[in-house]
Design a protein around this ligand. Structure first.
Ligand code: PLP
Length: 449
């Protein structure tokens, strides 16, 4: 029985989909959803598997939404949430109030985060954590009397969320036809060598990216730019791994021009690349801010955080100024308890360390699909992978958009027992980090089929 006790939930597929007619889904083709069979109701989950309302057990190849890092149904997290709720269901972190779970989680994050990222502002989603990063930096520069530093450098291919500001920081095609915070955000080149590198070597491509950034900074004026924001590996933009050394050079350029460097680690933190944070351990950078969400609770509760250096915190907490920023549920006791239990579990089971082995096996398993005719590029790292389909390998020409090749492959995979995420002509795999070798082999064989 998949219905929790005490709730009168619809049980059959028919009843769930009838109720679902009232639910406006996110990031969906709302017209396409009217077609029969377009939606999948997930009713239960355990470990790396989910069950749909028809009773099919499917490998959760996308970890919920790049977030269920420790796997589904972990008693340790569920019990911590329940215990926290029975002790203190809610209090905010507004004004003079605080509570033990938020305080302890902030302290834990400060010990795990690189450099002097010792101050933590909680929120409820990655989008809001990124909005918050920009708002906090605007406030920071205001307090320093440098009021012109407002602009944000982002990149084509980025995904930073879908609030009014974070969608503006996201790659322009995602916000096509929607109004957004125009004027604040400028997009740098997409750091995707395989697609954009033309006849350059990778080193030349990297030089060109850095030159593009330098030109844009000079054009806009460093005195007008607050920050650069970037995902260490771009996720929803198609799993783009920039050329080696890219992040370090971007950070050096930021430091040269006195522009803050913000790493959006909403996907890459909490073990997905084999470390709690990827910025320093994988990419050798020391950001001024890191934003996290998703894996911080493995999805068991909504929680996000904007981590900042002591230096930024010192300025924003100087005399004569109120920090007019915050959301009611930021650092919610249940979410903070989930975060603490999730991190404790990751540490006890050495999950980041294990990912360095199993994640590499997963990456290599997917890379071995590169010999298939329609596979143009397999890319990513560890448990963050993407497969780009092409009509022609040599020219890298794409299939017609109307064919919706990603969706076609994803549907076939689901019929065979695997949930994968289509994204135009790309298929994304971001499974729980506790995938076994047998499950990794199974995913490889389903995709090859
Ligand atoms: N940043 C990155 C890199 C993401 O992948 C996402 C969501 O997928 C977000 C931010 C937005 O997070 P949320 O959906 O929790 O608002």
């Amino acid at each position: 029985d998949t219905a929790p006790t005490g709730l009168d939930l619809p049980r059959t597929t028919e009843a769930i989909l009838a109720a679902d007619g009232h639910l406006v889904q996110s990031w969906a083709d709302l017209n396409g959803l009217k077609k029969p069979g377009a939606r999948t109701a997930i009713v239960a989950a355990k470990g790396t598997m989910v069950r749909d309302s028809d009773g099919n057990d499917l490998i959760d190849g996308i970890g919920g939404l790049w977030c269920v890092n420790v796997g589904h149904g972990r008693r340790e997290i569920i019990d911590a949430i329940a215990q926290q709720l029975s002790t203190l269901d809610f209090y905010s972190t507004f004004y003079t109030f605080t509570h033990p779970a938020a305080a302890a989680l902030a302290q834990k994050l400060a010990t795990l985060a690189p450099g002097s990222l010792n101050r933590v502002h909680f929120s409820n989603s990655g989008s809001v954590a990124n909005d918050g990063a920009v708002r906090i930096l605007h406030h920071y520069y205001e307090r320093l009397g440098r009021r012109t530093k407002k602009l944000v450098l982002s990149r084509h291919g980025a995904y930073h969320g879908s609030t009014y500001l974070s969608i503006a920081m996201t790659t322009p095609p995602y916000s096509k036809g929607w109004s957004k915070a125009e004027g604040i955000v400028h997009h740098l080149k997409k750091p995707h060598y395989w697609r954009e590198g033309a006849d350059m070597t990778e080193a030349e491509f990297l030089d060109a990216l850095i030159e593009d950034m330098r030109t844009q900074i000079e054009h806009l004026g460093a005195e007008n730019i607050a920050c650069f924001i970037g995902e260490p590996i771009m996720g929803a933009g198609g799993v783009i791994v920039p050329p080696a050394g890219y992040h370090k050079r971007v950070q050096e350029l930021c430091a040269h021009y006195d522009i803050k460097f913000v790493a959006d680690e909403v996907v890459t933190a909490f073990g997905r690349l084999g470390h709690f944070f990827a910025s320093e351990a994988v990419f050798d950078t020391q950001p001024d801010m890191i934003t996290v969400a998703k894996g911080i609770t493995s999805g068991y509760q909504p929680l996000a955080a904007t981590l900042m250096t002591d230096e930024i915190h010192e300025v924003i907490s100087g005399p004569d100024g109120v920090f007019t920023h915050g959301m009611t549920y930021a650092g919610h006791p249940a979410a903070a308890a989930a975060g603490l239990a999730n991190i404790a579990l990751m540490e006890a089971e050495h999950i980041p360390e294990r990912v360095r082995v199993t994640g590499k096996l997963f990456e290599n398993t997917l890379r071995s699909l590169g010999d298939i005719d329609i596979v143009g590029e397999v890319r990513g790292s560890h448990f963050m992978m993407g497969i780009e389909f092409v009509r022609d390998k040599a020219s890298k020409a794409l299939f017609p958009e109307a064919l919706n090749i990603g969706m076609l492959v994803a549907r076939k995979a689901q019929e065979k027992g695997l949930i994968a995420r289509p994204l135009g002509h790309i298929l994304i795999l971001s499974p729980p980090l506790v995938l076994t070798e047998v499950e990794i082999a199974r995913i490889g064989s389903i995709l090859r089929d």
